[in-house]
Ligand binder design. Structure first.
Ligand code: SAM
Length: 331
C-alpha cells in the first residue's frame, strides 16, 4: 500500500480530529469572552462521518488519532465515538486533549471505551489566576478530574500541558515540577502561538522552552534528556538526576519542528488542514455528503497531504495568520 507522504518526503502518521468548536472555558489566549459564532449542528460531522474518515485515514497510514476541540468532552456521548474509533484495525494510539473539567464524570467511561492516552490542559494551579485566564472559576474540578484519571491505568501517560506565557507562567514553574515529580503526570509546556481569536499575541509574550529549562535547572541541576528516537516527537523530554518525574518543552516558535511534522487536522465541520497555520483547507465533508466512496476520500486526503505546507513562518515576514483560531481548528 502507498502510504501518506507529502511533497517534501514527510510521512504523515498522526491526525487530530476536532469534534466540536464549542468550549466551556474562555481562555483569554484562545477565545473571546462572549464565545465565537458556533457551527450549526448540520455543519458538524456526525460520529459516523468522523469514523468513516478515520477508517479511511488509518487505511492509508494514519497510526495515531487525537480527539480535540473546542472542548471534546462537551459533545454528547463521546465514549461512543471513542469505542468506535478504538476498534479501527491498524490504529496504534487513541488519545484526547481536554481542559479536564468533565473528567470526573467521564474518565471511567472513556477508559472503558478504549481511550489510551490523554492530555489535560492546565495553565495555573492558583485559583484566582486560573479563573482569570479561563474566565471560569473551575480549578478544583479540573484537579478532581486529574485525580479521577489516576484510577484508570489503561489511560497512560496522563500529560499535563501548560501554555507558557511571559510574566504569567514563570512563578508556577516549580509548582508544576512538583506535580510532575509527586504524581504520575508528565508535564509539558508549550510556547504561546499566534492562534488567538482576539489577536492579543505578541512576540514578546513568548516564554521559550529554553528559558523554562534554565529556570528548572537553576534549582534542580542539569536535566537528563529522554530520547525515544522518534523524529516526529514534538517535545524535548527530560527527567531529573534522581530519575523521578518527567518534564518536556514543546517549542513551535523558538525551535520549529515543521521538518519532522507528521500531523494533519480535521476540523469539526469536516475540513482537512495540513498545518495549524494553514490558509487553505480540503472539504472532506463535501466528499462524504456527495456520496463519495472510500477511494474518493482517500484520494482527497492524499492530495491534501501532498500539498502540506513546508513550514509555519512564525517570526518571518512571510507569516500569515491562520484563517481560524485554535478552538475552531482543534488544538
Ligand atoms: N479544550 C481542550 C483543551 O483545553 O485542551 C482542547 C482544545 S484546546 C484549543 C487545545 C490546546 O491548545 C490547549 O492546551 C490550549 O492551551 C492550547 N492553545 C490554545 N490557544 C493557544 C495558543 N494561542 N498558543 C498555544 N497553545 C494554545
Amino acid at each position: 500500500m502507498e502510504l501518506l507522504v507529502d511533497s517534501y518526503g514527510r510521512r504523515i502518521k498522526s491526525m487530530r480530529i476536532s469534534i466540536t468548536d464549542k468550549c466551556n472555558f474562555r481562555c483569554t489566549y484562545c477565545m473571546p469572552a462572549e464565545g465565537l459564532p458556533w457551527l450549526k449542528k448540520a455543519e458538524i460531522l456526525s460520529y459516523e462521518e468522523i469514523e468513516r474518515i478515520a477508517r479511511v485515514a488509518v487505511g492509508i497510514g494514519i497510526e495515531q488519532i487525537r480527539l480535540t476541540g473546542g472542548e471534546p468532552l462537551v459533545r454528547r456521548d463521546i465514549p461512543d465515538l471513542v469505542r468506535q474509533l478504538s476498534k479501527i484495525e491498524g490504529l496504534r494510539s487513541l488519545s484526547l486533549t481536554t481542559n479536564g473539567i468533565l473528567l470526573k464524570q467521564l474518565a471511567g467511561a472513556l477508559a472503558e471505551a478504549g481511550l489510551t492516552r490523554i492530555n489535560v490542559s492546565l495553565d495555573s494551579l492558583i485559583r484566582e489566576k486560573f479563573a482569570k485566564l479561563t474566565r471560569r472559576d473551575q480549578l478544583a474540578r479540573v484537579l478532581e478530574g486529574l485525580e479521577e484519571l489516576e484510577r484508570y491505568p489503561s489511560i497512560h501517560p496522563i500529560k499535563v500541558n501548560a501554555v507558557a506565557i511571559r510574566d504569567y507562567s514563570e512563578e508556577e514553574v516549580f509548582a508544576f515540577v512538583h506535580l510532575a515529580r509527586r504524581k504520575a503526570y508528565v508535564m509539558r509546556w508549550i510556547e504561546f502561538m499566534p492562534l488567538d481569536a482576539d489577536q492579543i499575541w505578541r512576540k514578546e509574550d513568548i516564554l521559550t522552552g529554553a528559558e523554562l529549562k534554565a529556570i528548572i535547572e537553576g534549582e534542580y541541576g542539569p536535566l537528563i534528556p529522554i530520547t525515544t528516537g522518534d523524529p516526529s516527537e514534538t517535545a524535548h523530554r527530560y527527567t531529573f538526576s534522581d530519575g523521578i518525574g518527567e518534564v518536556g518543552f514543546i517549542n513551535p516558535v523558538s525551535e520549529p519542528f515543521c521538518a519532522t511534522c507528521d500531523r494533519i487536522r480535521l476540523t469539526a465541520d469536516g475540513q482537512l488542514r495540513t498545518c495549524l497555520f494553514a490558509t487553505v483547507e480540503t472539504d472532506l465533508r463535501k466528499v462524504l455528503r456527495s456520496n463519495g466512496s472510500e477511494e474518493d476520500l482517500a484520494k482527497a486526503i492524499r492530495q491534501a497531504v501532498w500539498n502540506k505546507e513546508l513550514k509555519h513562518y512564525i517570526g518571518d515576514k512571510r507569516f500569515k495568520r491562520a484563517n481560524r483560531s485554535m478552538s475552531m481548528i482543534g488544538g
